[in-house]
Every structure is written in structure tokens, then in C-alpha cells.
Design a protein around this ligand. Structure first.
Ligand SMILES: *Cc1c(COP(=O)(O)O)cnc(C)c1O
Length: 398
């Protein structure tokens, strides 16, 4: 019996579920890009983005995905030959480092594997060994979307200050912005990158770069920065087009406006708490399933897990059987395992990810968990009992 005819649910870690409010806001004819409502609306978007980033400093919007935001951030402060330190977990730290490699940076990468956050002691060692202060920036991924690891970005600032190292602290918050607590100014982050399609609930296509005063100073000392990525005109535009280096991303801006209204209407602190409760409900269910079957959470310690994405291993052939079943028979799409094994190793198909970011509430999570449990039964995948009871208990306690 196929039970998928109804509203589909994309439970992957981006693009995330789009609220009706966002979709409705985008459904309009092309606006005037020279004057009027769009221009006025954009002036209000910048401060509301900064509120999400918890910064009083600068915000720029690029017409790009997260990769574009990565490049934009680097292009303003990293010149060919500059050294960067990248403590990497999972896949996304490697991705940002590769972007820097393309810009000619000298990369010092410390790999912490696929199921634990970076170790601040080893970061400290690397900074202490850099006596001449060659390292110009430390790049940290807040939430690694492949492994589901949550890294300690505030801890990187503590280590930099303890060593007395002047490197910039740069954070990738594409998968954590408006999901997991992030305090740009309080944590001493100099540059942060985000994107529209995860916690911000807007289609892919907008990349965000936030920069504090130390980063602005480093930018001022750069010999050259490519025109399109240069954040200077975007931070202080003389004309509306300079916000975007050309035509504005008209419909995305209407969608983003609606999303920011929803986030600030709920309250950012509440948004974080909601993600926390829903994430813990998912983990409680997974713990129960794993008590009597092959399912394991990729990150053992709950304090080291992201509140926006969870990576799980079922092993073969169950992992991809599960994803296929829930999509085909129940209308729920789960994320594929990403970067959890070497390229070409079939073991990677034994992993899957649950995206739980953005426009998400209790009944969606319970429906998704119930659907997974239904698939376990339909496919005869061994699993412990009591998962849904455990999830509802977490939600009831709040
Ligand atoms: C999704 C993601 C990116 C890349 O974003 P794209 O829009 O796919 O280019 C970068 N970093 C993290 C942590 C992400 O989750």
C-alpha cells in the first residue's frame, strides 16, 4: 500500500522546508529595482540579519549559495600565500579549505575525523608553534552538516586569546544560523558566513557574510580584492545596486523578509530552544531504536551534536532501503550520508541524515519518526521499541 499521497516532507539538511509565508511573499510580479518597496524593504533586512547573527557590525548579501559565501569571506581577507589554519571535522571544513586553496592560500589542516568536534588543545598547539604569526585566519565550521558535529567556536576565540595570536576567527554557520545558539560579537568571531536555504527557510541563492572591525581592518590592508566579492561597497552602499553588485535578488529578498519576520516574531532564543527540544526528541528515539538493532548515532556525545542535522548509521543494506522506503511509500525524504566514507566505498550508503532545521515543529518530527519506525517494520529492520514514547516524553517536558 502506497501511503505517500499527501504533503511531501523534505527532511534533508538543506534546502529546508519553506514556510507558506515565504512562498506567498515570493509569488508576485517583478518589482521596481530602482525605487519603492523593494529598496525600502532591503534597508530593513540588513539589521534583521545582523540580529540573527548577533552582531552589531557589518552584513553583506551575495547572490550565491554557501560556496559563494565561503569564497566571498576568504576573498576579502586572504591573499595568495597567506596561511590559514583549518581544524576540520567531517566534510565542510575540508570544503572551505579547498575554496581557500583555489585562492592560493597556504593551508594548514588538522583533521579530526568524522564523529567528534575539533580538539581545542591541538588547535592551541598549532597556534603556539606559529611563533612568527604566519597564520592569518582560523577557519571553524560551527555545525558540520555531514557528520552532525557541533564545534566550539567560542572556544577557538578563547584559545586564540590565550596564545595571544592575532589571526582572524572565521566561522561557517551555514548549517547552524537560526538553529543552534551563535553569538558573533560575544564569542569574538571576526567573520561569519551563512546562506539562505537552511535555518533561514528561504530558497538557495543568497549567501551572507558578516564581518567585525578587525576583519574590516584586514580587508583595508589587502592589495586587491576581486570586485564582485569585495564587501566594502556592500557594507556601505552608495546606491541600491551596490548591495548586490548588480541586479537585486528580488524574489529571494521578499522570501527572506518573510522568514526574518517569522524568526524575530517567534524570538531567536525561542527558535534555538525549539531546535534543541526537537533535536533531543530525535536523539531519544534513535537511542531506543539502537538498543536492539544496528542503528547508531554518528556522534556519541549529545553535547557534541548539532541541533539542526543528525547523522545516523544503519549499515548495509538497510540505510538506503530505509531512505527509499520512506520516500516512495510515505512522502518523507531523508538525507543521504555525506562524506562518511571514502569515495566509492559502498559503506557510505549505510548512512543517512535527518535535517531538522528551520520551519519545523513537533508534529512534523513525530510524523517523520513514526514514518521511520513504520519503515523498520515494513522492511524487517531490527530495532528497539519505545522510540516514539521517548520522543514524546522529551517534547512533553519541553
Ligand atoms: C550547506 C553548507 C555549505 C554549502 O552551502 P551550498 O549552498 O551547498 O554551497 C557550507 N557549509 C555548511 C556547514 C553547510 O551546511
Amino acid at each position: 500500500m502506497n501511503l505517500s499521497y499527501g504533503r511531501p516532507y523534505l527532511a534533508i539538511p538543506g534546502p529546508s522546508v519553506m514556510p507558506e509565508e515565504v512562498l506567498r511573499a515570493m509569488h508576485r510580479s517583478s518589482p521596481n529595482i530602482y525605487e519603492g518597496a523593494l529598496v525600502e524593504m532591503t534597508e530593513g533586512i540588513i539589521p534583521d540579519l545582523k540580529r540573527v547573527a548577533r552582531t552589531e557590525h557589518n552584513a553583506a548579501i551575495y547572490i550565491s549559495n554557501g560556496h559563494g559565501a565561503w569564497e566571498a569571506a576568504l576573498a576579502n581577507v586572504i591573499a595568495p600565500g597567506d596561511r590559514i589554519l583549518v581544524p576540520a571535522t567531517g566534510r565542510f571544513g575540508h570544503g572551505w579549505a579547498d575554496m581557500a586553496d583555489g585562492l592560493g592560500a597556504d593551508i594548514q589542516l588538522i583533521d579530526f575525523g568524522r564523529n567528534q568536534p575539533f580538539d581545542l588543545n591541538r588547535v592551541e598547539e598549532a597556534l603556539r608553534a606559529d611563533k612568527d604569526h604566519k597564520i592569518k585566519a582560523v577557519l571553524g565550521t560551527h555545525v558540520d552538516t555531514s557528520s552532525g558535529v557541533l564545534n566550539n567556536i567560542a572556544g577557538l576565540r578563547t584559545v586564540l586569546d590565550a596564545v595571544g595570536h592575532p589571526a582572524l576567527l572565521m566561522a561557517d554557520c551555514v548549517a547552524s544560523l537560526a538553529c543552534d545558539r551563535f553569538e558573533m560579537d560575544e564569542w569574538g568571531v571576526d567573520v561569519m558566513v551563512g546562506a539562505s536555504q537552511k535555518g533561514l527557510m528561504t530558497p538557495p541563492g543568497l549567501g551572507f557574510v558578516f564581518a567585525g572591525p578587525r576583519a574590516v581592518e584586514v580587508r583595508a590592508g589587502m592589495e586587491r580584492v576581486s570586485r564582485y566579492w569585495d564587501w566594502v561597497p556592500r557594507f556601505n552602499p552608495q546606491g541600491f545596486y551596490q548591495h548586490f553588485g548588480g541586479t537585486a535578488p528580488t524574489h529571494h529578498l521578499y522570501g527572506l523578509r518573510a522568514a526574518l519576520d517569522m524568526i524575530h516574531g517567534e524570538g531567536l532564543e525561542h527558535v534555538w530552544q525549539r531546535h534543541d527540544v526537537l533535536a533531543r526528541a530525535i536523539w531519544a528515539a534513535a537511542d531506543k531504536w539502537g538498543e536492539d538493532g544496528p542503528l547508531t548515532l554518528n556522534v556519541a556525545d549529545a553535547d557534541q551534536r548539532a541541533r539542526s542535522v543528525t547523522s545516523l548509521r544503519l549499515g548495509l543494506p538497510y540505510g538506503h532501503q530505509l531512505r527509499e522506503w520512506v520516500e516512495t511509500n510515505a512522502g518523507v525524504t531523508l538525507g543521504i550520508g555525506l562524506g562518511m566514507s571514502e569515495e566509492g566505498d559502498p559503506d557510505g550508503r549505510g548512512y543517512f541524515r535527518i535535517g531538522h532545521m528551520g520551519h519545523l515543529n513537533a508534529h512534523m518530527v513525530l510524523g517523520m519518526l513514526g514514518t521511520i519506525e513504520t519503515a523498520f517494520k515494513a522492511l524487517d529492520i531490527p530495532h528497539g521499541s519505545g522510540a516514539l514514547e521517548a520522543a514524546t516524553a522529551v517534547m512533553a517536558a519541553g
